[in-house]
Design a protein around this ligand. Structure first.
Ligand SMILES: *Cc1c(COP(=O)(O)O)cnc(C)c1O
Length: 246
């Protein structure tokens, strides 16, 4: 007899165990890199996962959640506590910017001036200031969004002139790999690029937030200077194909 409550409890247990394991790995990576644990912020990537699981992860103390679809974000936000910081980490279409600018803590996926201009326009309209990261396709994968390393400094300068938008750093999605060491050079490149742009001393541009590292490679990303790591599978388990929001 497997009652509903035992099933829920085992899911809860699994989430807490996963979080504990992630936390341990974060601490170990920080220690190896001589960084303090407070420098690294864990974003629980909850896309496709039901609200009940997000609530459990919230109860465990997580306050940063990442989603990659506007629709799903809008469905989940009102169902969860208001002190959650929501991170938009997926490709963002310009016509959907207006729905989220005043609801998210940060947009990690700004990859064109046109998108930045739209965010700026909507932010000014709503009287808010939106923190953003520029997405850089460091690995130059054809399947991924993001500007090239070469284009990034110029885009940073253009974004800096827009009102209502604040560029805080860079984001990258490294290639999928079984060997996280493979991605060290990608993270290092992003980190160097941030330093290069920072040294230009552009007004209104700060390059301190690096969003890099996912379930398979966040330890190496931390060693290379990640501030935000985005962990989905490592916390919530494998994703179903079908999206569930209830
Ligand atoms: C899904 C996703 C993640 C999390 O991936 P996992 O491998 O499940 O940790 C991180 N970043 C982005 C942009 C994603 O879309």
């Amino acid at each position: 007899m497997t009652s509903l409550s035992t099933r829920i409890n085992s899911t809860e247990m699994l989430l807490w165990e996963n979080l504990e394991e992630v936390e341990e790995k974060i601490r170990a990576a920080c220690e190896r890199a001589g960084r303090s644990r407070e420098e690294v912020r864990l974003i629980a990537v909850s896309k496709t996962k039901p609200v009940s699981m997000l609530q459990e992860v919230y109860r465990a103390g997580i306050r940063d959640f990442g989603e990659n679809k506007v629709q799903e974000l809008l469905e989940k936000i009102p169902q969860l506590p208001s002190d959650i910081r929501w991170h938009m980490i997926g490709h963002l279409q310009r016509n959907k910017v207006k729905y989220i600018v005043d609801k998210v803590a940060m947009i990690h996926s700004v990859d064109s001036l046109a998108l930045a201009e739209e965010i700026s326009r909507e932010a000014v309209k709503k009287g808010v200031c939106v923190d953003i990261l520029m997405e850089v396709n460091v690995a130059e994968e054809a399947s991924k969004f993001g500007v090239s390393v070469e284009e990034a400094p110029e885009l940073a300068e253009s974004i800096s002139r827009l009102p209502g938008i604040c560029l805080k750093g860079l984001m990258t999605i490294a290639p999928y790999t079984e060997q996280q060491e493979d991605n060290r050079c990608i993270f290092r490149k992003l980190s160097r690029l941030a330093v290069d742009i920072q040294e230009k001393n552009i007004d209104n541009v700060d390059m301190h937030l690096l969003s890099m590292g996912m379930t398979g490679d966040y330890a190496v990303a931390i060693e290379e200077g990640a501030v935000y790591i985005r962990v989905g599978t490592g916390i919530f388990g494998e994703r179903n194909r079908k999206v569930t929001t209830a």
